[in-house]
Design a protein around this ligand. Structure first.
Ligand code: GDP
Length: 410
């Protein structure tokens, strides 16, 4: 296995705490690559009490020596990028020396954004997917070079805007002008990032970090369809959105409990005060959307599935501090499904027929190896998934982390 390449993959529905881990590992990396999704993702990194929220720019930007790459699998909103650039560059250096954007990343135009919002707005509440309305889905559909396609994109969307959704939109001239001006500002960052990553691979000692966004259960193919995002969030997205990296370390990030933002099935969801307890103590509010996250207990059938979808080699368990002080809590170890007990979810499973089977575990007072109940809970992740826990975290700060196993130079 090549231990110099590390992918970070969310194992639930996103918001597992990938940002902090990506930030930590990027201190060891010569390059950090975003390869899927767009500015619908949101990482929060807190260093010395200063909070940085990143949507599009890779987390390596907080380390001056790290090259940050946005590869061709990312859908790129130049307006959102420029706003983020202006905000982040107040505190950190962001120049063409430490940030490269793929020449062939598909561009999100106003038309994609408007169409996304109009589609979502016109859906009944049950069929709303819960998209962030940022135009990500419609842009993946129109993956072509902007200047050749803008007129064609506009022609089709214009009919939908005028006749179906009846919404206002910028003229073709206005949109062309806006994107042209932005393009001039962004041009110095544009590179052939495929070759850039390939060149980095030529030196064996180079460590490269691949920063996945969202989580496996939102993957367009492996996720809980139709309540999914429009890209491959499982490790397959790395192969299509950047390049195949062979057998390498894949760190799956899992929160100590489960959360989900937006609609869609959630077998272990709490509908009582246990849900609001986790929501409040865990600060479960979306960084990108400001939406409150639904909360529930850990779901091992889904976790085992996530581990298999992304060939996870190690786990990082996060937000364990949120469970501190509880006397006991439930864990879902299997589902009862069509008369059988199943231990692992699978694509197309009908969650309305999956009954979670719970067992109670004793709570822990402290995230500490001296607390036997804590050790037992952590071990449960390894037993249930047959995957070692390499890291666990117990707070948002950079240093609130324990490495159980050496990984990527840590
Ligand atoms: P991502 O979508 O997976 O990148 O999630 P974020 O990195 O945005 O993390 C979600 C939130 O959890 C952020 O506010 C983090 O500061 C916070 N966080 C991360 N790890 C921990 C932890 O171990 N404990 C606590 N209490 N908060 C954490």
């Amino acid at each position: 296995m090549n231990k110099n390449y590390l992918s970070i993959i969310g194992l639930q529905w996103g918001d597992e705490g990938k940002g902090k881990l990506t930030d930590l590992f990027s201190s060891k990396a010569c390059a950090v690559v975003r390869y899927q999704g767009g500015n619908n993702a949101g990482h929060t990194i807190i260093v010395d009490g200063v909070k940085t929220v990143l949507h599009l720019i890779p987390s390596g930007i907080l380390h001056p020596h790290t090259l940050n790459i946005i590869s061709h699998g990312v859908v790129f909103d130049p307006r959102a990028f420029w706003q983020e650039y202006e905000r982040v560059s107040l505190h950190h250096e962001v120049t063409p020396k430490n940030l490269a954007i793929s020449l062939s990343a598909p561009v999100i135009t106003s038309y994609h954004r408007l169409l996304d919002a109009a589609r979502e707005g016109s859906s009944s509440s049950e069929s709303k997917i819960g998209t962030t309305g940022k135009g990500i889905g419609p842009t993946y559909e129109d993956k072509k070079i902007l200047h050749e396609k803008l007129e064609k994109i506009f022609g089709e969307k214009k009919v939908l805007f005028d006749s179906l959704y009846k919404i206002e939109y910028p003229s073709l001239e206005q949109e062309t002008e806006d994107l042209f001006l932005l393009g001039q500002k962004i041009a110095p960052f544009l590179k052939d990032t495929f070759t850039l990553v390939d060149e980095l691979r030529q030196k064996e000692e180079n460590k490269i970090l691949f920063e996945g966004a969202q989580g496996v259960l939102l993957d367009v193919d492996y996720g809980t369809y139709p309540f999914v995002t429009s890209s491959n969030t499982a490790v397959g997205g790395l192969y299509t959105g950047c390049m195949p990296m062979g057998d390498h370390e894949v760190l799956g990030i899992v929160k100590a409990y489960t959360t989900r933002v937006g609609s869609g099935p959630f077998p272990t969801e709490y509908f009582d005060e246990r849900g609001s307890y986790l929501q409040q103590k865990g600060g479960e509010i979306g960084a990108t959307t400001g939406r409150i996250r639904r909360c529930g207990s850990i779901d091992f059938p889904l976790l085992r599935y996530g581990v298999k979808c992304s060939r996870i080699t190690s786990l990082a368990v996060t937000k364990l501090d949120i469970l501190e002080g509880l006397d006991e809590f439930d864990v879902c170890y299997a589902y009862e499904y069509e008369g059988k007990t199943i231990e692992t979810a699978f694509p197309g499973i009908d969650f309305s027929k999956a009954k979670p089977l719970y067992k109670k575990v004793k709570g822990f007072q402290k995230v500490s190896m001296d607390d036997e109940n804590f050790v037992n809970y952590l071990n449960l992740f390894e037993e249930m998934t047959q995957t070692p826990v390499a890291v666990y975290t117990y707070g948002p700060q950079r240093d609130e982390i324990v490495f159980k196993k050496s990984i990527f130079g840590h």
